[in-house]
Ligand binder design. Structure first.
Ligand code: ADP
Ligand code: MG
Length: 696
């Protein structure tokens, strides 16, 4: 990227400028994702070896690394080929042997002449009742002993790269690193006792023991914070940029919302009321809203969304709600229809299936403002879809989109307020990483009266019992989902599994009782199958994971998941969320194929023990790590080199508020700290942020 500040040039040179790094090593370093001195500086030692000299191996913790000054007594040539070369040495208290396999005489006698004194360091162990050091790591004449650091860093390695090379190259990279002005809030830095940037790197590359390797060590924490701050600055810049983008104040008088609330058989939960207020305030402000509505399945997002849409309608404008699939869009329409009727507003749907005259009529009504609320799939993004005055776009279940896509969406989008809804509870720190550019409303309170879903683990060997259980449930008029396994990545094999199970269950439970829905069905067939199930014409719905999100059939009270052990925790939680929505007691049967592995067992028992989506997401995070949980590649979440999202939640939170505060005080990053922050963005290769600053 052009325009990189000159101060940083030495850090972005080619690796081959570094001490001991030639073209071949440079290539090997690429295997560690090191393409510049900067990358090397952000590749920190994973460990360190205590090389502090002691008087004698006597009393040392063996086996273990010992550094000791010795007198070389004599070389014991191997009596037979294949035996090691041994050298008798003596430290201050006792004698022991240095051992070399395939030792060359010429080399060893030069390295360790008889009668000389040497500093040797290496792993000492007991062998046949005597102490020995096999292949010392270091042998130094006493006048060079100072070259051995008291603690030797241990770097991650790859083929063709040794510890010595890493240490030497890192020292050189450090020597090239300039002092940089401070971008961290001085008060925060003082409170945490963090060193300056350059000093932090120096300390992190020369750990003086385990305490310096901990993520909480001041030097490491500071470097991690720098990464998180750069990331949050990027998100905060994107947020600022979008808010400044021509937003409009949208305010309603509340008449429609009051009508809907009066018609509801329940009162909004506290969390719903809070979210509604937050959204109304955002929409009333002249800035463009960019808010995330996060709530577990069943937490009542639909009502909150609809109330937001009504604000647009009350103001005489329009709103749109987008869902990832046709089924979900239709379901939103069905869910909104009674509310819309109570309010007396016109809701229509637009999907890829709308064609010809009908589509043209809808587009005309939309352009004229006769359709007040549009529900749809990505089809509403098409160029010829024009609103008379769109004020609010709600994007449902958008957790499949990442930061990058959202930034892009924001660039393309019109001036409308944006509300993203996700039913995927993720730990707060990850929400900050992934949605840090947004404001967040959380529905952390479930509507009252919801019954727990009884969750059981069942071996596939008990398939017959499960089918029997279904037969009884069907006789009682209950409905069930049967989710088939994701056998492989391939959709074809999913399909076969689902079709096989469909035939099997039909044969056992009756032709008309069982339906089938999967992702590759023509949309019309899929909708028909769903409609049959919703209307109760079929009672068992065999499905692939297309029913994962959003689908709402209150009468369905049984969820069977086949081969549950190969599904992810979040996915299973979503699936289970499909039941427990009606009056009947609900059951979730997690069928697994034995033997169940350790992680599979942990996942399934976690589900059995809790229905709290946030708790489940924490376990998921713990088991999989942050990158995996979000899906680093698509999330746009950078791969942090020092920061560890699994353990540094707090820092991410600090970084977000720090970044937002800095931008609030200095939106152009023009002040002293702002300029330093620009350096940080360059240093951290935050191209998106740099683009946003240069756009101004
Ligand atoms: P989500 O979309 O968050 O999964 P929904 O909006 O579909 O949840 O709501 C789930 C169910 O709870 C719906 O049947 C809805 O009518 C009902 N519901 C929503 N809010 C409340 C509330 N405050 N009290 C009782 N029931 C509610
Ligand atoms: Mg929903």
């Amino acid at each position: 990227m052009s325009g990189r500040p000159e101060l940083l040039w030495p850090l972005f040179a080619e690796p081959k400028v570094l001490d001991g790094v030639g073209p071949k090593t440079a290539q090997a370093l690429a295997g560690l994702d090191i393409a510049s001195p900067r990358d090397l500086l952000y590749t920190l030692p994973q460990g360190c070896i205590d090389r502090r000299p002691r008087a004698s191996v006597a009393g040392a913790d063996l086996p273990g690394v010992v550094t000791v000054e010795v007198q070389v007594i004599r070389h014991l040539k191997p009596a037979m080929k294949g035996r090691p070369w041994r050298i008798q040495v003596e430290d201050a208290e006792q004698s022991f042997q240095l051992v070399y396999f395939h030792g060359r005489e010429e080399y060893l006698t030069r390295l360790l002449p008889e009668g000389s004194r040497r500093l040797v360091s290496g792993k000492v162990e007991w062998f046949d009742g005597a102490a020995q050091m096999v292949h010392p790591d270091h042998v130094l004449p006493l006048d060079e002993a100072g070259r051995l650091p008291a603690f030797e860093p241990v770097y991650p390695l790859t083929g063709g790269v040794t510890q010595k090379l890493m240490a030497r190259a890192a020292a050189d990279a450090l020597a090239r690193a300039p002092e940089l002005p401070e971008w961290i809030d001085p008060a925060l830095k003082a409170r945490e006792g963090w060193p300056d940037w350059r000093a932090a790197l120096a300390l992190a590359h020369l750990p003086q023991g385990a305490q310096d390797l901990a993520a909480t060590a001041p030097a490491r924490a500071r470097l991690a914070y720098d990464e998180l701050l750069a990331h949050q600055l990027t998100l905060a810049l994107a947020r600022l940029h979008r808010r400044r983008g021509k937003g409009q104040a949208t305010e309603g008088r509340g008449q429609l919302r009051r009508r809907v609330l009066a018609a509801l058989p329940f009162r909004p939960t506290g969390a719903q009321a809070r979210a509604m207020d937050e959204i109304a305030a955002d929409m009333a402000a002249p800035d463009r809203m960019n808010r995330l509505l996060q709530g577990d399945v069943g937490s009542g997002k639909t009502l909150v969304a609809f109330m937001a849409l009504l604000i647009a309608v009350e103001a005489g404008r329009q709103g749109v709600m987008m869902a990832p699939t046709e089924i979900l869009a239709r379901q939103h329409l069905d869910g909104l229809a009674p509310l819309a009727e109570a309010a007396g507003v016109v809701v229509e749907i637009l999907t890829g299936r709308d064609k010809g005259a009908e589509r043209r009529a809808k587009l005309a009504a939309l352009a004229a403002g006769d359709i007040q609320i549009l529900v749809g799939t990505h089809a509403v993004f098409q160029d010829d879809v024009a609103f008379r005055d769109l004020r609010l776009a709600i994007v449902d279940e958008q957790h499949r989109f990442g930061v990058r896509q959202r930034l892009e969406l924001g660039r393309k989008g019109q001036g409308a307020d944006v509300l993203v809804m996700t039913a995927t509870p993720i730990p707060r720190s990850l929400a900050l990483a992934q949605y840090g550019d947004m404001d967040v409303s959380v529905l952390d309170e479930k509507p009252p009266g919801r019954k727990p879903v009884r969750t059981a683990l069942v071996s596939t060997e008990r398939m017959e019992e499960v089918v029997e259980h279904l037969r009884r449930a069907v006789a009682e008029g209950r409905q069930a989902y049967w989710v088939c396994p994701l056998v492989e990545e391939s959709e074809v094999s999913d399909l076969t599994a689902a079709e096989d199970r469909f035939r099997h269950l039909r044969a056992l439970l009756g032709e008309r009782v069982v339906g089938l829905v999967h992702g590759q069905m023509p949309p019309a067939e899929k909708d028909a199958a769903m409609a049959d199930f919703v209307a109760g014409r079929t009672q068992v719905l065999v499905a692939t994971t297309v029913i994962e999100v959003g689908v709402n059939v209150p009468n369905a009270s049984i969820m069977v998941v086949e081969r549950a052990e190969i599904f992810g925790l979040a996915q299973l939680h979503q699936l289970r969320g499909r039941v427990g929505r009606g009056a009947a007691d609900s059951t979730c049967l997690l069928m697994y194929q034995p033997p169940l592995g350790e992680t599979g067992l942990r996942r399934l028992t976690t589900l059995r023990e809790t229905e709290d989506g946030f708790r489940i997401s924490e376990v998921d995070l713990e088991m999989r790590g942050a990158g995996d949980l979000i899906g680093t590649a698509q999330s746009g979440l950078p791969r942090f080199r020092v920061a560890d999202l699994d353990h540094q939640f707090g820092l991410m939170e600090l970084a977000q508020s720090d970044a937002r505060t800095l931008l609030a005080m200095d939106p152009g990053l023009a002040g002293a700290r702002g300029k330093a922050a620009r350096l940080l963005l360059w240093l951290m290769k935050q191209d998106e942020a740099i683009r946003l600053i240069s756009v101004g």
